[in-house]
Design a protein around this ligand. Structure first.
Ligand SMILES: [Zn+2]
Length: 213
């Protein structure tokens, strides 16, 4: 896996590295929106201190999905609204399980559920949620301000090109592979930001050899 180091990626995107995982912050004047919430609370707390960002300035957290390495620092974000895809609730209530007998869990239950193709405006940030099920039942990609596409764990990046997810970690690997096709033809995307495989700054190149399956 190839996460990026903590720091500014663009004028309005900050990456935070937590071992093999990245979470991201989108800057909106003096506030932030987080994509995912880290693998380890203490690491995220330390990284935010280094960045001089108060966790209460994060006004919303959007979860690409509810696996442990994406939600561990949620208790830090007490001032944030929490969003995830409607279908992801199945991972929490036991309707869907990756490991029999084991449910995903969140530190809070006051989340807002998003439908496929739902648009959300937070401050001046425009978010479009695309349901890309497979890695989990409600894995969701977020297209932010048109040019940024956050993909969570549904795909990998190798030499700047899209690859499949890691089968071992998927609820349904074939469905994940089908879901990738949903995000390979979006006009005006420039960046792909993954949770474990770094960032592409050239969307067209990244998707150029992807074959629908
Ligand atoms: Zn992950």
């Amino acid at each position: 896996m190839t996460p990026v180091d903590t720091g500014n990626l663009t004028q309005d995107i900050i990456a935070i590295k937590n071992d093999f995982a990245n979470m991201y912050l989108i800057k909106d004047s003096s506030k932030y929106i987080a994509i995912d919430a880290g693998k380890d609370l203490n690491v995220i707390e330390t990284e935010l201190k280094k960045l001089k960002i108060d966790p209460c300035d994060i006004e919303a957290v959007l979860l690409t999905h509810s696996d442990m390495d994406h939600v561990a620092a949620l208790p830090l974000f007490k001032c944030s609204k929490l969003y995830m895809a409607r279908n992801e609730e199945k991972m929490l209530n036991g309707e869907m399980q990756k490991v029999p007998g084991y449910n995903n869990s969140l530190s809070r239950k006051d989340y807002t559920l998003l439908d496929d193709q739902q648009t959300l405006n937070i401050g001046s940030v425009k978010i479009f949620g695309i349901l890309t099920a497979g890695h989990t039942s409600g894995s969701m990609c977020f297209q932010v301000n048109v040019k940024y596409l956050f993909t969570g764990d549904i795909l990998s990046l190798h030499d700047g090109k899209l690859g499949q997810s890691v089968k071992f970690f998927d609820l349904d690997h074939d469905l994940t592979t089908k879901s990738i096709s949903k995000i390979t033809k979006i006009p005006n995307v420039e960046y792909i930001l993954t949770s474990h495989w770094g960032v592409s700054r050239d969307y067209k190149y990244a998707v150029s050899e992807w074959k629908d399956q």
